[in-house]
Design a protein around this ligand. Structure first.
Ligand code: HEC
Ligand code: HEC
Length: 306
């Protein structure tokens, strides 16, 4: 028996198979026990990453997004917000089909250099090195994890507690997509829009800059008409506005020039340049009124900082 056991080739083969099987089983057991260990390590690593993110946030983002991410009116939107985290909220309004985590990461890395669609006077800066910002990739990841870490507290907010303030681009979406809005009468729609917009009153100078009036008009005395610029010079607008159109005061004329520029086209500009047609939709009534007064006031104040 003993001899047969060691010498038979079949027995040797059997022994070989059994020992390989044992080897495989041991290997599998090690792998299985390794999994929880790796998970524990990931949690640990994430924890440290979130801590780093918290420091980076305090140093770089708090001035605009507020301590604890609840947003600062006129500076930056709330991120620690039910609307921001819920599936039918922010992501749906901006038509983003990816995950919120990717949205946050990309926004931090790339920033939002354009402010055409935004009520915020300052833009969201670019942070990621690959887009020319000051941060490394791992710092962007740390910040992303820190922001995502608000999910639980944000989703626990009631509508009253949610610090979110609507974006201007959301308001525009409300105009076209919101069912409640579509069902309103025309007057109700106009009132609802006016109500939204008046919550985000922008000063004439902010509009002058953010709607790029300055790209085609000049407020300075020394500008030669459309030398470089593509619309009339406004240094003497207060002197000529009242006599452009018969029976129109300066205020009425400037108002009309902004909301329906086609009504009267200044001579020699028919071919030269086009005043945008959509300011009536983009600006609130109060903003237009303030802008008209500002344009017609030769002593208007201009702040350097804005
Ligand atoms: C100078 C002010 C400012 C600073 C500093 C700033 N942000 Fe922003 N951030 C903004 C503004 C303004 C917006 C909204 C831009 C827009 O209108 O689309 C924004 C948008 C965002 C959004 C997207 C919000 C949304 O609902 O679409 C995220 C995420 C964000 N910021 C994260 C950060 C992080 C993280 C930092 C720090 C590294 C930071 N921001 C620093 C002003 C700022
Ligand atoms: C793309 C260039 C462009 C931009 C941007 C632009 N305008 Fe104009 N604007 C013109 C041109 C060209 C005219 C002259 C033709 C006409 O009367 O429509 C004009 C005419 C006017 C007039 C009448 C001036 C006069 O002498 O009778 C007013 C007032 C005016 N714009 C205000 C504004 C304001 C306020 C903004 C920003 C909110 C703005 N424009 C942005 C090109 C522009």
């Amino acid at each position: 028996m003993h001899r047969l056991y060691t010498r038979s080739p079949i027995a040797k083969i059997m022994w070989g198979i059994v020992s390989s099987l044992v080897g495989i089983i041991v290997l599998l057991m090690v792998l299985v026990s390794e999994n929880p260990r790796m998970e524990a390590q990931t949690i640990n690593w994430e924890g440290r990453s979130i801590e780093n993110g918290a420091k980076l946030f305090a140093d770089n983002c708090l001035i605009c997004h507020g301590p604890n991410g609840q947003g600062i009116l006129g500076k930056g939107p709330a991120l620690n917000s039910y609307y921001f985290f819920t599936e039918t909220g922010r992501l749906k309004d901006v038509d983003w089909t990816g995950t919120l985590e990717d949205y946050v990461k990309l926004t931090i890395a790339a920033g939002r250099p354009s402010k055409v669609e935004s009520q915020y006077p300052e833009v969201m800066p670019t942070w990621g090195g690959q887009f020319g910002g000051p941060m490394r990739g791992d710092q962007v990841v740390d910040l992303t994890l820190y922001v995502m870490n608000w999910e639980e507290s944000a989703l626990a907010q009631t509508p009253d507690e949610d610090p979110f303030q609507p974006f201007e681009d959301v308001i525009r979406l409300v105009e076209f997509q919101n069912t409640a809005f579509i069902l309103m009468s025309e007057e109700e729609q106009a009132a609802a829009l006016e109500e939204y917009r008046s919550r985000f009153f922008r000063s004439p100078q902010t509009i002058w800059e953010s709607e790029a009036c300055f790209a085609c008009h000049n407020l300075e005395v020394n500008q030669v008409d459309y030398a470089g610029q593509n619309g009339p010079n406004f240094a003497d607008l207060h002197e000529r506005a009242g006599s452009r159109v018969a029976d129109m005061t300066a205020e009425e004329y400037v108002y009309e020039s902004i909301v329906s520029p086609r009504a009267f086209i200044v001579e020699t500009y028919e071919e030269v340049g086009q005043m945008p047609q959509n300011f009536a939709e983009k600006l609130s009534e109060d903003e237009i009124q303030a802008l008209v007064a500002w344009l017609l006031n030769p002593d208007r104040e201009i702040t350097e900082e804005e």
